[in-house]
Design a protein. Structure first.
Length: 349
C-alpha cells in the first residue's frame, strides 16, 4: 500500500464504511477499495494528491468527485461501446450501481466519489498501458538519444510535445515502490506471451488505441488535446480503473499548445502540474550525489526519512486553489456541464 500521511489515513467515510462491516482491501495514493461481495468492489476516490510517488499532507477540494465523474463520463457517454468494469444500476440505467447500494444498504454513501466495479480477480495486466499522440514526458530524453520511443522508431529531432502522425504504445512496469520503468512494446508482448496471453495482449492494445483515438478526437472538439494517457486493462480485455482523468492523462488547451510549440516551451497542463512545479523547487535537508540540495522529485519514496519530510510539508494555499481550478475547468470543458450538474443529472447525486 502507498505511504499516506497519518492525518489522511482514516477519514470519516472510512470510519463509516468500516462500521458497516465492509473490509478495505487496498488503500492507494488517491483511491480506497472496499469489498462488497465475491464479484464486486466499491472504489472511493479521495481528495488526496500525490507527486513524484509521494502522497502529500493536503487535500484538493472536489478532486475525488472530479475523477469519479470523469471516469463515469468517458465510460458511459463516449467509450460506451468498449468493455469496462463499471457496474450499472439495476434500477436507474446510466447510473452506477453505487446508487442502488446507497438506497439499499449504505444510506450515507457519498455517490459523488464512489463507483461500484467488477472485481477482476487477479486479471489486471502487470503493465501500465501508456499511449502518446505527442512526444514528451518520461520518454523524451531517451528519444533524443536514440530516436526510439517504446522501441519504435520516430522521425528525428522532433520538438518536445510535437504531435505524432499516429499514437504510439509505450508501456511501463508497475513498481510497488518508486518510479515505474519504461519498456519496449516488444518486451510487453513477450512477457504477456509467456503468460499465455499473447493474442489477447495484442487485442488489448488495439482496443485501447481505438479508445484513445475516439477520446482524442472528442476532446479536440472541445479545444482540448490529450497529449498522452495511461490506461489499465484486465483480461477480456476490459478497460478498468480511472479513465482519461487529469491524474492519468496530460490535458492541455489547444490554443496554449499551439503557442507553446511556437515559443519552444511546455504547455500549461490542466492537472496537478502546479503542485509538481512547487515540489520540484522545495528545499530539502537531503543531498544528492553532487552534494546539492534537492527537490521532492529527487527524493526516494521508500526512504522513511524522505517520506516523513514530505508528509510534514505544507502546500501553499494558492497552489491548492490553482490545482482545484484546473480539475474543474477541464471537467466543465469536456462534459459541457458543471460538476454539480453532472453529478445530479447523470449520477443521481
Amino acid at each position: 500500500m502507498a505511504q499516506i500521511p497519518k492525518q489522511l489515513k482514516n477519514d470519516k467515510l472510512s470510519s463509516y464504511l468500516s462500521g458497516t462491516g465492509l473490509k478495505r482491501v487496498s488503500q492507494g495514493k488517491v483511491r480506497d477499495t472496499w469489498r462488497l461481495d465475491n464479484d464486486s468492489l466499491l472504489v472511493v476516490a479521495t481528495d488526496r494528491i500525490s507527486i513524484f510517488d509521494f502522497v502529500l499532507n493536503a487535500l484538493v477540494p472536489k478532486k475525488g468527485e472530479t475523477l469519479t465523474a470523469l471516469t463515469h463520463f468517458w465510460l458511459t457517454k463516449i467509450l460506451y461501446e468498449f468493455s469496462h468494469h463499471l457496474v450499472e444500476s439495476g434500477t436507474h440505467p446510466g447510473f452506477n450501481d453505487a446508487w442502488d447500494l446507497r438506497e439499499d444498504f449504505l444510506h450515507a454513501l457519498p455517490l459523488e466519489r464512489c463507483l461500484v466495479i467488477e472485481d477482476m480477480k487477479g486479471k489486471l495486466y502487470p503493465f501500465e498501458m501508456i499511449f502518446r499522440h505527442h512526444i514528451g514526458g518520461s520518454i523524451f530524453k531517451s528519444y533524443q538519444k536514440t530516436g526510439l520511443a517504446g522501441g519504435q522508431q520516430l522521425p528525428a529531432n522532433l520538438p518536445k510535445w510535437s504531435k505524432l502522425e499516429w499514437p504510439i504504445f509505450t508501456p511501463s512496469t508497475k513498481e510497488e515502490v518508486g518510479h515505474d520503468i519504461n519498456v519496449d512494446a516488444d518486451y510487453f508482448y513477450s512477457e504477456m506471451s509467456k503468460k499465455g496471453l499473447g493474442v489477447e495482449a495484442r487485442q488489448s492494445v488495439y482496443m485501447l488505441e481505438q479508445a484513445y483515438a475516439i477520446a482524442y478526437a472528442y476532446a479536440q472538439t472541445k479545444s482540448i488535446l490529450i497529449l498522452d494517457t495511461k490506461f489499465e486493462v484486465a483480461g477480456g480485455p476490459k478497460i478498468v480503473d480511472e479513465v482519461l482523468t487529469p491524474d492519468s492523462s496530460r490535458f492541455v488547451l489547444k490554443e496554449d499548445w499551439e503557442k507553446a510549440m511556437a515559443g519552444g516551451r511546455d504547455p500549461s497542463f490542466m492537472d496537478k502540474q502546479p503542485v509538481r512545479d512547487w515540489g520540484a523547487t522545495v528545499e530539502t535537508p537531503f543531498k544528492d550525489e553532487n552534494g546539492q540540495i534537492t527537490g521532492i522529485n529527487k527524493l526516494n519514496p521508500a526512504n522513511p526519512e524522505h517520506a516523513a519530510f514530505v508528509h510534514n510539508l505544507k502546500i501553499p494555499e494558492e497552489i491548492i486553489t490553482d490545482t482545484a481550478d484546473r480539475y474543474l475547468t477541464i471537467f466543465r470543458m469536456l462534459t459541457g456541464q458543471s460538476l454539480e450538474d453532472y453529478k445530479k443529472n447523470d449520477m443521481g447525486v
